[in-house]
Unconditional design. Structure first.
Length: 317
């Protein structure tokens, strides 16, 4: 049985957050386009200066890897087999970012980490024996996870829309604490749990090269609403499993090629040199092959406090 921890108070309302973000992004792009049509071409943006920020994010993440390859558990020959690893990767993230001009473009570099946290995860193998018996074996229970991410973006403009391209890397490390091995059979129907003394560590690494669009709309006062979408047509998800007692000195590595999509909305107060930004985002991946899959569903909310060099925060008279 797969158990899920209770969500933190900030994220209890997230079941409809992805729809709110989608509607907000559509509204911002539509309002921005109407404003541009009514007022003509927008003025050139002010010179980019340096902004440094620190932030806190609350994430609701679900990660799932699934691969297929011939293997065996109780037969002398390989049979059709698949294994799946799932993780409830909810966590708090602490993020630092810098925005700065370089070679005539605007760059942004971000580093974030999520501290180690107890949660739940599973690593289950399914074997399809020729006699019709479906055997499921593995662990499902308590784990500890921590993560980090790095992102770098370069920004420009196309048809008065901010365009950016970048590189995003995320690494999640999981330590399994399960002390039981679960084995179930479909024919005849049975289930057993056996104590185990082995250790298991898994490392998930995801590389993305996203291309995205941003649209900004000024609100009353110094508030600025920004909506954006990102797409990585080719992203690589790499799963490494370490079982030192079962496979000493050998790591089990599988890789999946996926497409990644992200949408976000930001509300920034830019009245002073200390801008404050509220953020909300949604992310999802799709797999290209049924035999090698990686699925991520992520929702996040956060707040950032920045320091802008003189003139960067105030853009009006």
């Amino acid at each position: 049985m797969h158990r899920r921890p209770n969500a933190g108070p900030i994220m209890r309302w997230v079941p409809g957050l992805e729809f709110v973000i989608a509607l907000l992004i559509l509204a911002v792009f539509a309002v921005g386009a109407e404003a541009q049509d009514a007022s003509g071409p927008a003025p050139a943006p002010p010179p980019a200066l340096i902004t440094i920020s620190a932030g806190y994010e609350q994430h609701r993440d679900r990660l799932r890897y699934e691969f297929e390859n011939p293997s065996s558990i109780n037969t002398p020959f390989p049979v059709p087999h698949r294994f799946a690893q799932t993780y409830v990767a909810d966590n708090q993230w602490f993020v630092c970012a810098a925005r700065y001009p370089l070679f005539g473009d605007v760059m942004e570099t971000e580093v974030g980490f999520a501290p180690e946290k107890p949660t739940t995860g599973s690593d289950l193998d399914t074997f399809f024996d020729p006699n019709g018996d479906v055997v499921v074996a593995g662990t499902d229970g308590a784990v500890s996870m921590h993560a980090l991410r790095f992102a770098h973006w370069s920004e420009g403009r196309l048809w008065n829309v901010a365009v950016h391209v970048g590189y995003v890397y995320r690494r999640d490390v999981t330590e399994f604490h399960s002390t039981e091995r679960i084995v179930s059979h479909s024919s005849p129907l049975s289930s057993s749990r056996t104590p185990i003394q082995s250790h298991e560590t898994t490392i998930s690494q995801v590389h993305e090269v996203p291309i995205g669009l941003n649209r900004q709309v000024a609100i009353a006062g110094r508030w600025l609403l920004t909506a954006g979408v990102d797409l990585s047509p080719i992203a690589v998800a790499r799963l490494t499993t370490v079982l030192p007692e079962k496979y000493p000195g050998q790591n089990i590595v599988f890789q999946a090629r996926v497409a990644a999509f992200g949408a976000r909305a930001q509300l920034a107060w830019q009245r002073t040199r200390w801008p404050i930004t509220l953020t909300a985002g949604y992310g999802h991946t799709w797999s290209y092959q049924s035999a090698s899959r990686f699925r991520r569903d992520a929702l996040q909310v956060g707040v950032q406090l920045g320091f802008a060099s003189a003139g960067a925060a105030r853009t009006g008279p």
